[in-house]
Design a protein around this ligand. Structure first.
Ligand code: UN1
Length: 514
């Protein structure tokens, strides 16, 4: 069956027909009279869906519905909000295989990664349910007689989540489920490269809402990235914008939001490195590095893009790595034996090639791959052979995030050098060290070590669990999403002072002689 047919079958199994409307505000906007975009599967390059864009009138409808809903949603006790999220999580659990497959068809992820992404949503839902009973504030000792001070967290309002094509479902849930238990309502602007997955997920969410007859907490607008991104980021009715995507767009979004003194959570580019020391378990390290480099065909913000390898184990490690690259099957991601699926589009393929050409021009040596991959019967797909490129850490191209499977390799002599190379890029998302030496571990996680938001020891830069706070430093934007206390970013903090005495003693011993 062709990809189009497989998509139809998945939608049928999900109990959904053709999805065409890209706007949800408690109901689906009509498709009539709207512009639309097509979503093409990177597997064969052919169209899988046509989804209408949110018109200017629709945009106002969504905002109005979200504001109206917020007044109700925020009044529902947090644990009750949590139980609604739990039902959504259950529905996702039931539909994990089908949603995962749809995601694979639209974004080109391997089946296990497509399903893994839905699992990531389920995990966040579980986390959010527990969190809904743990939105703790503080009691603070007051210096004034008969006074009590405390801190409480309150819902913020309408949160916009602008997500990217590479994690078209779970990144939304990292934000949306947490924000929802916090009492916020969420408008989702998915990537225009993955609107079908978003529309399908919203249908699943809608099903739960309608069954439970609860106020809407989730809204959808599919829009042209630039125009809608501008509208959202300049809209004072949206106190928080969470953006996942490129550095240049992230800068623009955060500039717009800052101009109106709104809040933003940014999860921008990564240029993650793995340090493999002479004291590492080379077999384990080779697996960790290759997973980091090859998963999602190098299109994760957490992908391993740079390998910093100790000179003493250089040859031995490279042999192991090349062997894994050689064995990693490239092709149809719906085949369970495939390791490397397609890139999202031809533009990504062009960027992959341009980066390799640039590296070559500046003295880089391609040790493996770095070219188109021809896949029989899938001529229209966007397949490449992942590249390993021996490079120099000073080269311009290695400081850039190219969203494709290119692993630049550098040799180092001592750990201090390795860490210097590691930190010598503008981005600061994820990092890894492979070593069995406690001193090397501690050095890497010390203040002299990795400058990233995520630090891994003996495991890959990619594949973070939802329980930790996800995000990075420097050009990655400083945002934190998903686990730990990231929820605080979706709430406003109130410091409350209660005087239960019969006088007004003043703080700082100030007197008020009236
Ligand atoms: C992303 O690439 O935007 O850590 C998110 C990981 C996944 C999430 C990646 N859990 O690789």
């Amino acid at each position: 069956m062709d990809i189009q047919g497989q998509k139809d079958e998945v939608l049928r199994s999900l109990g959904l027909g053709q999805l065409n409307s890209g706007t949800y505000y408690g109901m689906w906007a009509e498709t009539h009279g709207r512009e639309s975009i097509t979503s093409n599967s990177p597997i064969d390059g052919r169209e899988t869906a046509e989804i209408t864009l949110t018109s200017d009138e629709d945009y106002e409808r969504v905002i109005a519905a979200a504001e109206e809903s917020f007044t109700k949603w925020k009044s529902i006790p947090a644990p009750r909000r949590g139980s609604i999220v739990r039902e959504i999580g259950e529905e996702l659990r039931k539909n994990k295989a089908n949603l995962g497959r749809l995601l694979s068809i639209e974004a080109g992820k391997t089946i296990t990664e497509g399903e893994g992404e839905i699992q990531e949503m389920i995990d966040v839902a579980d986390f959010a349910v527990g969190l809904s009973r743990q939105l703790y504030g503080l009691d603070i000792a007051s210096e004034r007689l008969n006074h009590r001070m405390m801190e409480q967290y309150m819902p913020l309002g309408t949160v916009a989540v602008i997500s990217s094509f590479n994690f078209p479902a779970s990144v939304w849930s990292w934000n949306a489920f947490i924000a929802a238990v916090c009492g916020d309502v969420v408008i989702w602007k998915p990537s225009s490269k993955a609107p079908l997955t978003a529309a399908a997920i919203m249908r699943v969410v809608e099903r739960i809402n309608k069954r439970l007859k609860v106020p809407e907490a989730f809204f959808l607008m599919v829009g042209d990235g630039k125009k809608t991104g501008n509208k959202i980021s300049n809209d004072t009715r949206i106190p928080l914008v969470s953006f996942t995507g490129s550095v240049p767009i992230g800068k623009k979004i955060s500039e717009n939001v800052a101009k109106r003194l709104g809040r933003s959570i940014l999860e921008l580019g990564g240029n993650n490195a793995a340090v493999v020391t002479e004291k590492s378990d080379l077999k384990l390290a080779a697996k960790g590095v290759s997973f980091g480099a090859l998963a999602t065909a190098g299109q994760r913000c957490t992908s391993t893009r740079r390998l910093i390898l100790h000179e003493k184990v250089y040859d031995q490690f490279m042999e192991k790595l090349k062997d894994i690259f050689q064995r990693a099957k490239i092709g149809n991601p719906l085949d369970s034996s495939t390791v490397v699926g397609p890139l999202i589009d031809q533009e990504a393929v062009a960027e992959f090639k341009a980066a390799i050409a640039d590296a070559r021009k500046h003295g880089g040596k391609v040790l493996f791959g770095g070219k188109d991959a021809e896949i029989k019967d899938l001529q229209g797909g966007h397949y490449v052979v992942p590249a390993i490129v021996e490079a120099n850490p000073e080269m311009e191209i290695v400081k850039k995030e190219t969203f494709a499977p290119i692993l630049y390799v550098f040799k180092y002599r001592n750990l201090e050098d390795a860490i210097r190379i590691h930190n010598s890029v503008p981005q600061g998302l994820s990092s890894a060290i492979f070593t069995q030496d406690l001193r090397e571990v501690e050095e890497f996680i010390s203040a002299r070590g990795s400058d990233c938001g995520i630090v891994n020891v003996n495991t890959a830069t990619a594949g973070a669990e939802i329980g930790g706070a996800f995000g990075g430093e420097k050009e990655t934007g400083g945002g934190r999403e998903s686990g730990s206390d990231s929820w605080k970013g979706y709430m406003k903090r109130q410091t409350i002072t209660i005087n239960y005495g019969s006088d007004i003693p003043l703080s700082q011993d100030v007197s008020f002689p009236v």
